[in-house]
Design a protein around this ligand. Structure first.
Ligand SMILES: Nc1ncnc2c1ncn2[C@@H]1O[C@H](COP(=O)(O)OP(=O)(O)OP(=O)(O)O)[C@@H](O)[C@H]1O
Length: 284
């Protein structure tokens, strides 16, 4: 298909503010978390979504993945509206758009082994029972982890290993779009580099489209081909990643870049990642 894989058209999300008493007196107001967002994501793009805390990045991600319903506006996957695709609960949207979360410890069930976590996801995808163990091991290998982790519980893993299990679980659904919400923020710099390099490799090898939400402009520069800058629920600037980061036109983007210590925002590259969108995988 030649059109955008993901489109948002005039998407707004607002939340009621105030308590029941306020509402009774007609004093309730609504807080607008997303204000008429429109964007298009091309297949295979790696899109960085940046902006200060509270600017609406996670709300946007949750709407794109179908976890949050927009107050108004349309979300389309390959031109088909989310509202139609979501009618079937285990339907195409659920499989095709997956999310990898920031907090890997709460994203995994503490009572389920790595193997069970992956085989259950594979079952959801309809993989026959007898193939699930083998495929679970293949998923572990894909994210650079060994079969010895399969019987372990989440608390028996390191933070970086948990992060990659979360990624493996999202990838086990064979998604077309992966949304990674601050996927490396809890990791140290070398683990960050591993996960970033892994994401870069997987987007190339699996033809994934990646939405990468981050506060770290240097990581976005390294990984992403496009960038979306959000401020107070609106997109204030978007375009080719290097163009926007090197020549920001909106004052908010300029502030965001200026807020990062010199030499870090601009051109830091994680270990062994040669250039944006072409980071080498250093996962062992
Ligand atoms: N369920 C909710 N009810 C009310 N307000 C909400 C709800 N969810 C989010 N918000 C508000 O919407 C705004 C956007 O939140 P969101 O989590 O999307 O921001 P963000 O850019 O992802 O922030 P961060 O970088 O800190 O994760 C915030 O002001 C937040 O308090």
């Amino acid at each position: 298909m030649s059109g955008p894989i993901l489109s948002l058209r005039g998407v707004t999300k607002s939340y009621a503010q105030g308590n029941a008493f306020d509402r009774l007196l007609g004093r309730d107001t609504r807080f607008v978390a997303l204000d008429g967002i429109s964007l298009e994501v091309a297949r295979g793009d790696i899109v960085g979504i940046v902006g200060e805390s509270g600017s609406g990045k996670s709300t946007l991600a949750n709407i794109a993945v179908g976890l949050t319903k927009p107050t108004s506006g349309d979300v389309l996957l390959d031109g088909e509206p989310l509202s139609v695709l979501m009618r079937d609960h285990a339907g195409p949207w659920r499989r095709r758009v997956q999310m990898a979360f920031q907090d890997s410890s709460s994203a995994l069930n503490p009572r389920k082994t790595v193997s069970r976590c992956l085989t259950e996801t594979l079952a959801l995808r309809g993989v026959p029972r007898e193939q699930r163990e083998t495929e679970a091991l293949a998923m572990l290998e894909l994210v650079g982890l060994g079969a010895e982790l399969a019987p372990r519980l989440p608390h028996e893993l390191s933070g970086g290993q948990r992060q990659r299990i979360g990624l493996a679980r999202a990838l086990a659904m064979k998604p077309d779009i992966l949304i990674a919400d601050e996927p490396v923020s809890s990791l140290d710099v070398s683990l960050q580099a591993q996960v970033i390099n892994l994401l870069s490799r997987l987007t190339r090898e699996l033809g994934l489209t990646l939405l990468f939400i981050s506060h770290d402009l240097a990581l976005v520069r390294t990984l992403c081909s496009r960038i979306i800058v959000m401020c107070k629920g609106e997109i204030v600037e978007q375009g080719a990643c290097l163009d926007v980061l090197d020549r920001p036109s909106h004052p908010y983007t300029q502030l965001l870049i200026a807020a990062v210590p010199k030499g870090i925002a601009g051109r830091r590259k994680p270990t062994s990642a040669p250039s944006r969108g072409h980071a080498q995988d250093s996962v062992g």
